[in-house]
Design a protein around this ligand. Structure first.
Ligand code: SAH
Length: 224
């Protein structure tokens, strides 16, 4: 039973290199130019992050359910947010809010030095931990916590990525952004827009980028 499951997850067919290559070509057409991001997404098997019944759709440009009412973001948005955050350089210390199944975390782990990621739903933390362990993402630390408060003890961060939509940018996150640092965060309720926040010695600059669709950033933590 276990053997069958393992072989179908890694086998040929819908999760083959060819299917992954098609995702890469599409990302290039959609304006993704950061070669490190593209290489990370070519290497990381997205299908292991979704339920087996959905693995056939893992390389399509769609978000998919991961349980607990949450979703794995579509490949384009993962690539775009990572590209914006990097801006052609490799951030040292990155904070991600909203680990989910850990796919975005795995991409960050390949293009940043050190990744801290917070998730408010405990079983998702467990799921992500097992995925990231199997991919040997050893530069990642996961925690079960309300990410809207950030992770002060480990800050400041060179980059912060929020993968759930906030009604406003939490002040704690801006405070934990290093001078010269960048944050990407979806803001809004029904109409959400991806924002880039840059912290400079002179202050904080906020730039609206493009419409997006994320699950909401919620307060507190959940055990199930
Ligand atoms: N990064 C994921 C996207 C997961 S969806 C990916 O790779 O696809 C967004 C996640 O944010 C959900 O798992 C949700 O539980 C989590 N989330 C929402 N509010 C949060 C908060 N305040 N702190 C931490 N995680 C939060």
């Amino acid at each position: 039973m276990a053997i069958l499951r393992a072989s179908s997850k890694t086998g040929i067919g819908m999760t083959s290199t060819r299917t992954r290559d098609r995702m890469l070509s599409r990302l290039r057409e959609q304006g993704i130019t950061d070669e490190l991001v593209l290489a990370a997404m070519a290497e990381i098997p997205r299908h292991i992050f979704v339920d087996e019944a959905l693995s056939i759709r893992a390389y399509e440009d769609v978000s998919l359910p991961i349980g607990y009412g949450q979703t794995i973001s579509q490949p384009y948005i993962v690539a775009k947010m990572t590209q914006i955050l990097r801006d052609g350089a490799t951030p040292n210390k990155v904070l991600e809010i909203g680990t989910g199944c850990g796919y975005q975390t795995a991409v960050l782990s390949r293009v940043c030095q050190e990744v801290y990621s917070l998730e408010r739903i405990r079983p998702l933390v467990m799921k992500a931990r097992s995925h990231l362990r199997s991919l040997k993402c050893t530069n990642v630390k996961l925690d079960h916590a309300d990410g809207s408060l950030g992770l002060k003890a480990y800050g400041p961060f060179d980059a912060i990525m929020v993968t759930a939509a906030a009604s406003h940018v939490p002040s704690e996150l801006i405070e934990q952004l290093a001078v010269g640092g960048r944050m990407v965060i979806p803001v809004g309720a029904n109409e959400q827009v991806l924002h880039l926040i840059k912290r400079t010695a002179k202050g904080v600059q906020q730039i609206a980028l493009e419409p997006v669709k994320f699950v909401p950033l919620l307060g507190g933590t959940a055990l199930s």
